[in-house]
Design a protein around this ligand. Structure first.
Ligand code: URA
Length: 248
């Protein structure tokens, strides 16, 4: 949540004083209602208009989405619905894109933003931002799989995978942490172990943890603390792969 005058000034089009004047003279609406006070706080995802002109697109927006299966992680696609179809109309016009991709059938945490430099930093292969997934396979995941992941696999295609953490949780289930994000990476690594993936859910992305209050298909803006942590990760990356406590 941010003060209205700060949101308007954040577009670079008005000073805080000019923004206050626009608000005082009734020229600003938020989600269709005339704004009464410069101090009122709103999420940056609200629809802001000045003299009827939509200025929402000028603000940086950061959303945590719980991606459902069946949508592609893209901004548009000629044949299939994209994750942006889950957003209200005004948020589809502010240049949001998914920071990284989840496969169509993968569910869970996806960051949507229009902050190109931050997304670029988070996705840079040099930054090694950890991502943790809950994975289920057809078969049993064991310490042999954990050792293979830890050693860094080389797939038949020649793809070299960085060392990763796989923690078996019984019943063909595991937590997997990667520090990179190559195409179909977990599916390909586990297929190479003869264990096809049947379910994949991303639980974390750098410092962000999926908010389990978000039902699949819903989203919320990042909190200030989450955004601060994300900015740090986009600058410095993860220091090391997160190791999970062993399940007793
Ligand atoms: N690995 C995969 O195979 N798919 C995803 O969507 C993410 C990681």
């Amino acid at each position: 949540m941010e003060r209205l005058d700060k949101i308007l000034a954040g577009t670079g089009r008005w000073s805080r004083r000019e923004a206050a004047e626009l608000i005082r003279t009734g020229r600003v609406t938020v989600d269709g209602a005339v704004a009464g006070s410069r101090e009122a706080k709103f999420p940056e995802t609200a629809c802001f208009q000045v003299d009827g002109e939509d200025i929402s697109g000028s603000a940086r927006v950061y959303l945590m989405l719980n991606k459902p299966a069946g949508l592609v992680s893209a901004t548009d696609d000629p044949r299939q619905p994209t994750v942006l179809s889950l957003l209200p109309e005004h948020l589809r016009r502010v240049g949001l894109f998914p920071a990284g991709r989840l496969d169509k059938d993968t569910v869970g945490l996806l960051l949507l933003t229009n902050d190109g430099p931050l997304a670029h930093g988070l996705l840079s292969p040099r930054r090694h931002v950890d991502k943790t997934y809950l994975v289920r396979v057809d078969g049993v995941l064991d310490e042999g799989d954990a050792a293979a992941f830890q050693a860094g696999m080389v797939l038949a295609s020649g793809l070299h995978c960085l060392p990763a953490v796989l923690e078996p949780r019984g019943d063909g289930e595991a937590l997997v942490t990667l520090r990179e994000g190559k195409y179909h990476q977990i599916k390909r690594m586990l297929a190479a172990r003869g264990k096809p993936v049947t379910f994949l859910k991303r639980l974390t992305f750098g410092p962000l943890t999926l908010d389990e209050q978000l039902v699949p298909g819903s989203w919320r803006p990042l909190s200030d603390l989450e955004l601060e942590a994300l900015r740090r990760a986009g600058t410095t990356g993860s220091e090391r792969i997160r190791h999970f406590p062993q399940k007793k």
